[in-house]
Structure formats: C-alpha cells, structure tokens
Design a protein around this ligand. Structure first.
Ligand SMILES: Cc1cc2nc3c(=O)[nH]c(=O)nc-3n(C[C@H](O)[C@H](O)[C@H](O)COP(=O)(O)O)c2cc1C
Length: 193
C-alpha cells in the first residue's frame, strides 16, 4: 500500500482551494491500492520557518517541525493543489516545503493549479524548479483550472467535467506508478547509507 498526501496551497478564508482538494481526494479515495491523506496547511498553522539549523542537517528543534516531518516522511507521493499568486505559487506552500529536505526526497509530485487565464500554470512551473532541488520527480500530468469562476454556479460551486475526471485518472495512474517504483529506489538508497 502506498500513501499519497494532498497538500493545500491556500490558507485564505473562503479559499477556492478546498474545492479541487475535496474533488481530487474523493477520486483518489476510490483507488483501492493507495491510502490518501489531506495535509491542510490552514490546520497546521506553521509559523514562518523558525528552525536554527538548515533542513539538510536534519536536526529539528521545534515540535511543529517534528510533526510536519512525520507527516511528510510517511508519504510516498504528493499532489500539491496550488493557487497562482502574482505569477507564482503561494508563500504558505513554500514555507511548508522549506521546513524539510530528506522527507521530500525521491518521491513523485503532481500538481493541480487554478487561477485566471493561465490556470495556475505559472505557479506550477516555479514549483518544478523547487521539486528538482528537493530530489522529487515532478510529473508531467497536471490539472489546470483557468478562470475557474466562469465554471461555478451561483453558490460558487465549481463544476468538474469528464475531461477533468480523465485528467485526474491519468494523474493518479502516473503518481501510483512512480510512487511504487520510487519507494523501491528509496530502499536501495537507504541501504547504501
Ligand atoms: C495575492 C494574490 C495574487 C494573485 N495573483 C494571481 C496571478 O498572478 N495569477 C492568477 O491567475 N490569479 C491570481 N490571483 C487570483 C487567484 O487565482 C484567486 O484569487 C484564487 O481564488 C486564489 O486561490 P485561493 O482562493 O485558494 O486562495 C491572485 C490572488 C491573490 C490573493
């Protein structure tokens, strides 16, 4: 059994983020071969990075860092659900990422982005560079929701369609494929340490 964790990229009141997060979580939960867990940064309430040592030293002094370390270490792969803020991804997501290093290593990550015309793609492209530094494998399979507000009803509920469902299925297939293989790769790497 592999574990896929879904990270929320927004902590704003009334954030749209909860909708794609709930949608992809419900689809992922139908897969019998994976365990899916939500990592809601709004609930974690991490302060701005406040560790005296760099994460590569792997010496954590704060309880919130140890807690986050366990959550991320337990994962075999990730879905980052990110808004686009000023042509990048959110500061709250970067802050959570920067807390750790080894816990992210050799794990696949895929992305759901949303926003205006670019559908969050500019934020996702920035995340790809960060993923490389963390030795993650950033998957090609992504889901973009451009101008998402044009596809909501009066109460703000977004309408996901068949194309989105197909994209989610492709994303999960790829994520599971690589999560299984990278889990084996991590065992080989750890055995050499
Ligand atoms: C600080 C800020 C900057 C934004 N910049 C962009 C942007 O560069 N590109 C874009 O597509 N949308 C941008 N938006 C619009 C967001 O995509 C939209 O507000 C979205 O709902 C934010 O996600 P959230 O509700 O989950 O926080 C920005 C919104 C905020 C709050």
């Amino acid at each position: 059994m592999i574990t896929i964790k879904i990270l929320t990229g927004s902590t704003r009141p009334d954030r749209f983020n909860v909708q794609p997060v709930a949608w992809i979580t419900s689809i992922a939960k139908k897969r019998k071969t994976i365990k899916t867990e939500l990592v809601d940064l709004e609930k974690l309430q991490l302060p701005f990075l406040d560790e005296p040592m760099a994460p590569m030293m792997h010496k954590y002094s704060k309880e919130h860092t140890k807690h986050l370390s366990k959550i991320i270490n337990d994962a075999d792969g990730f879905i980052f659900v990110t808004p686009e803020y000023n042509h990048s991804y959110s500061a709250v997501l970067k802050n959570a990422i920067d807390y750790l290093f080894y816990e992210w290593n050799c794990k696949p990550v895929s992305f759901i982005g949303y926003g205006s015309i670019a559908g969050g793609s500019r934020g996702i492209e920035h995340l790809r560079g960060v993923a490389a530094e963390l030795k993650m494998y950033d998957l090609r399979e992504t889901i973009l929701l451009p101008n998402y507000w044009e596809n909501t009803d009066k109460d703000g509920t977004y309408h996901f369609n068949e194309q989105h469902e197909k994209a989610a299925s492709d994303m999960l297939d790829s994520l599971i494929f690589w999560a299984e293989r990278m889990k084996e790769a991590r065992k080989l790497i750890n055995a050499k340490k």
